[in-house]
Design a protein around this ligand. Structure first.
Ligand code: C2E
Ligand code: CA
Ligand code: CA
Length: 635
């Protein structure tokens, strides 16, 4: 029988491998149960005159036990991949078969010794061994299924062969006992399987759960290490799922998740793995690849297929629902150590996909990693930047059609020891997210107001003084009071009239009514408003009438190269036309070339700003530029 088992190839599922580990823990007990009573068998054999067979049997028993202990020691010493564990389980199976075969052999030898009453011992031991098989081997059907019937069959045959009535009765009893033990083992196995299934699956969708997925991922990483291969993770997050839950109720949300899971199952065939991490977040683990390029290609292809499946219209409880998803891809190799960071990085890529407008796929790479790292660093260092006086303001001249300086725009600068000079386009959005913009904005306003007042004392007279104000600042409940307080401290009413707050079109996404009410309050103080980056955001023009704005700043994206770009020309003409109709002044920002300046001036634009006239300057440089300029304020 032995060679047949050796050839056994192991195609076990993760569940079987797990149960195999349970049997691993039983090896020392089985060895003890075998070696100690075995000594008694030698003694009894010696008494009954069958010493040599008993000794040979015991010797084989010792060899098998040593093999068992060796297997016991070599399992779990270091993490093993699925394949290696599979091989180990095959070896364990062979050990178990041999172990019980040896007990069957000793039964056959001793049961014939009825003269010395050894057959009683043999019968009892055989029943004992079968009970051990039923109670220790139930997690693995391929062990208990052949072993229990085989052991009991020997007893049945023996009793039957007595040829007396009680022999027949005992043989029937033995068969029944065998059936009971087999049934007990099967029931325990089914219970174990159900418990395992429940522990590994998500109740709502029936997909694997996070815990199971983490085990699978760790297993996969070990497999990759063994084979030097590659695989991938896809982290899938539904877009705006919360809206479905909030507007249609959790019942519909749950049904939608079930349908999403069904589609994902269809789109992600085995051997890929699929799990629900929680909420509307799912994860896919790919199969093994020998080459990274193939792996990347497959990952992206699968992600695109998945997106296409998920985007098809859903019909849930009579509601037509459209939903998309954002997918983060993380390709990983055998060198990877930490499963948690793999998921975190897939998550980062997924958030990049969300940031890029959702409904898309982003692959995690060095660049994404660097961006995120920088983002985190900025977030951390920004906290201390105010106390450390790392911010300063620059002022960029605004000129009229004769290149006379008529105003300035305040632009904040951050210089950090560790990061160097960081542009506001990078750190302002982070300050907005973290809420630091409130304190930073206050600091900027205070600095700007005191600069304006200092310039006034130096005799510098400007038409306007522009300050960028973010939505979060504008919507802060104390903003109007703050501005009023600072203005009272630094500015005369006349100077306050020169202040222009530049806001962006994102205010439209906020609560327009409270935006308008704040703007009205500020306007009563004397402050004017300008719409910054005009043309880049919400193309609805109706809000322009709602908001008390007096100026439009054409985004530098349209201004750049306008003299050679017909599309930009058409757009700027349209903007100028609207502005004239609504009685708004227009500033073209980002002028870098004389041609663009002349072109826009001829088109009817009145005010300009850009490197062509001057870059943003420190307060003193700006003042010097104005006071020392020979031709008045002309640049
Ligand atoms: P923005 O309000 O559109 O500011 C104009 C940006 O264009 C400035 O960049 C300025 O240096 C740059 N610029 C000026 N002339 C030219 C040119 O000829 N060519 C090009 N390519 N660029 C030019 P900066 O200073 O990096 O500011 C970026 C953005 O950060 C600003 O865009 C504004 O949205 C925000 N920001 C700057 N300072 C503040 C602030 O104090 N508060 C708030 N809330 N946001 C600010
Ligand atoms: Ca601006
Ligand atoms: Ca702008």
């Amino acid at each position: 029988m032995y060679p047949m088992f050796v050839r056994l190839t192991y195609t076990s599922s993760a569940m079987e491998l797990k149960f195999c580990r349970f049997i691993h823990r039983q090896i020392p007990i089985m060895v003890m149960l075998s070696l100690l009573p075995g000594l008694g068998y030698i003694f009894l054999g010696w008494m009954a005159g069958i010493f040599w067979p008993a000794l040979i049997w015991y010797g084989l028993n010792v060899l098998a036990s040593l093999r068992g202990l060796w297997l016991y020691r070599h399992f779990g010493q270091r993490p093993m991949g699925e394949r290696e564990q599979g091989r180990w389980c095959s070896k364990l199976s062979v050990f178990v078969y041999v172990f019980f075969l040896l007990w069957a052999v000793v039964f056959v030898i001793y049961v014939r010794e009825s003269a010395s009453n050894l057959h009683y011992i043999a019968i009892f031991t055989q029943i004992g061994a079968t009970t051990v098989a039923a109670s220790f081997l139930y997690p693995m059907p391929r062990l208990y299924r052949p072993i229990i019937p085989f052991m009991m069959l020997l007893l049945v045959i023996y009793f039957f062969s007595i040829g007396e009535w009680y022999g027949y009765v005992l043989s029937v009893f033995a068969a029944i006992l065998g059936g009971v033990l087999y049934y007990a083992a099967s029931s325990s196995y089914n219970l174990l399987k159900t418990a395992h299934r429940q522990a590994a699956h998500d109740q709502l969708t029936g997909l694997h759960n996070r815990q199971h997925f983490m085990e699978r991922l760790q297993q996969m990483m070990m497999d990759l290490k063994e084979a030097g291969s590659y695989s991938f993770l896809l982290l899938v997050d539904l877009d705006h799922f919360k809206t479905v839950n909030d507007s249609l109720g959790h019942g519909v949300g749950d049904c939608l998740l079930q349908e999403v899971s069904r589609r994902m199952r269809r789109a992600v065939p085995p051997p890929n793995g699929l799990a629900r991490l929680g909420g509307d977040e799912f994860i896919v683990i790919g199969r093994e690849f020998q080459q990274p390029e193939g792996c990347e290609f497959q990952a992206l292809e699968l992600a695109e297929t998945l997106l296409a499946h998920l985007k098809e219209t859903y019909l849930v409880s009579g509601h037509r629902i459209y939903i998309s998803a954002s997918i983060g891809v993380r390709v990983f190799s055998y060198e990877e150590q930490d499963s948690d960071s793999l998921i975190r990085e897939a998550d980062i890529a997924m958030y990049e996909a969300k940031g890029a407008g959702r409904d898309g796929v982003v692959m995690f790479n060095e660049e994404v990693s660097h961006r995120v790292e920088l983002h985190l660093q900025i977030e951390r260092l920004l906290h201390f930047a105010l106390e450390n006086h790392e911010f300063r303001l620059c002022y960029q001249p605004i000129v009229d059609e004769d290149k006379h300086i008529v105003g300035a725009e305040c632009l904040v600068r951050w210089n950090n020891d560790r990061l160097g000079e960081i542009g506001p386009a990078q750190f302002i959005p982070i300050a907005e997210q973290t809420g630091l913009i409130i304190r930073l904005g206050e600091h900027i306003l205070m600095t700007a107001f005191s600069t304006l007042s200092a310039w006034h004392r130096q005799g510098i007279d400007l038409q306007q003084f522009s300050i960028n104000v973010s939505v979060r600042q504008l919507l802060h409940h104390d903003f109007v009071n703050l501005v009023r307080g600072l203005a009272e401290r630094h500015l005369s009413r006349e100077l306050l009239h020169k202040v222009v707050f530049e806001i962006t079109e994102t205010v439209i996404a906020a609560d327009v009514r409270s935006v308008v009410s704040t703007m009205d309050d500020l306007q009563r103080l004397g402050i004017r408003f300008s719409m910054d980056d005009f043309g880049t955001g919400y193309s609805s023009l109706s809000y322009l009438k709602q908001l008390p704005v007096e100026e439009l700043k054409i985004d530098r994206g349209f201004v750049h190269n306008v003299s050679r770009d017909e599309e930009s020309q058409a757009l700027i003409s349209a903007i100028l036309h609207i502005a004239t109709t609504l009685g708004l002044t227009v500033v073209a920002e980002g002028i870098e070339e004389e041609e663009d300046f002349q072109f826009l001036r001829d088109l009817g634009c009145r005010y300009f700003q850009g490197y062509h006239f001057s870059p943003p300057l420190g307060a003193e440089d700006y003042a010097r530029l104005l006071t020392h300029s020979i031709t008045g304020n002309q640049l």
